[in-house]
Design a protein around this ligand. Structure first.
Ligand code: SAM
Length: 225
């Protein structure tokens, strides 16, 4: 309880100081975290490699940790040093996190610069893409697929209706930016989407997109949670 309050305060402070990269006023709800990890939860017994991008204070990380098994690898990439400190403290102090510590590593750098030596079975991203320049979104989306195995799953969330509404209400450069981001991400969804979850219990409500690594897919839209 105390940790939840302190994490919410830390998150809100970063939202005020670094709105563009933090991108939300509060950490994700457990419902959103559950949806983000639904494919990892359905894993088999073979060892897997998991990458979480933009964990913030760790609501999704918390959900990943109990799903890990011996032999797995869990890499976490976070830009903001305040969040990195919170995550490292949890790996030292929290019992469940301590168990996963030998398999896990927190890397402080932007995802565009992360160069692991192997690809991942699961890439789980909380990046606020709608806040970024369109060129950056294009390069981050390419990075997601470069880091994902052909039979791996990418899961990311976006706040509901932000792009459709902004496309209508904005003008000039902002309209061009948001329209391009929409085209980029919609293109990836059209080619690779496995499923979209609607998560209403979150501030704000969110869509979770689940995309397949290499293959083109048929879509299963709008699973509620
Ligand atoms: C919307 S918050 C999501 C936090 C957390 N996943 C959650 O669901 O509550 C976005 C996070 O992405 C991080 N971030 C933003 N740009 C990044 C980048 N280029 N590389 C890695 N992390 C980044 C921010 O510092 C922040 O922690």
């Amino acid at each position: 309880m105390f940790r939840a309050i302190s994490n919410n305060l830390a998150f809100f402070r970063q939202f005020r100081q670094r709105f563009e990269t933090t991108g939300a006023i509060a950490p994700s709800s457990r419902f959103l975290a559950k949806s983000m990890t639904r494919f990892l939860a359905a894993r088999g017994s073979d060892p897997v490699r998991v990458l979480e991008i933009g964990p913030g204070t760790g609501p999704v990380t918390q959900r990943v940790i109990p799903l890990l098994k011996d032999g797995d690898r869990f890499d976490i990439v976070e830009l903001n040093e305040s969040f990195v400190e919170i995550l490292n403290t949890r790996f030292q102090q929290d019992k469940a996190w301590q168990k996963a510590a030998p398999l896990s590593e927190v890397h402080q750098l932007p995802i565009q610069e992360f160069q692991p030596d192997q690809k991942y079975d699961f890439v789980i991203s909380g990046l606020p893409l709608n806040n970024f320049p369109a060129d950056l979104v294009e390069s981050i989306a390419d990075t997601y697929f470069k880091l994902l195995k052909p039979d791996g799953v990418l899961s990311y969330f976006e706040y509901m209706y932000v792009r459709p509404v902004r496309k209508v209400v904005t003008r000039g450069d902002e309209k061009v930016r948001i329209t391009r981001i929409d085209d980029i991400m919609q293109g990836h969804c059209d080619r690779h989407r496995i499923q979209r979850d609607n998560v209403w219990v979150n501030i704000p409500p969110a869509w979770v997109q689940h995309l397949a690594g290499g293959r083109e897919t048929r879509q299963d839209d709008g699973v509620e949670s």
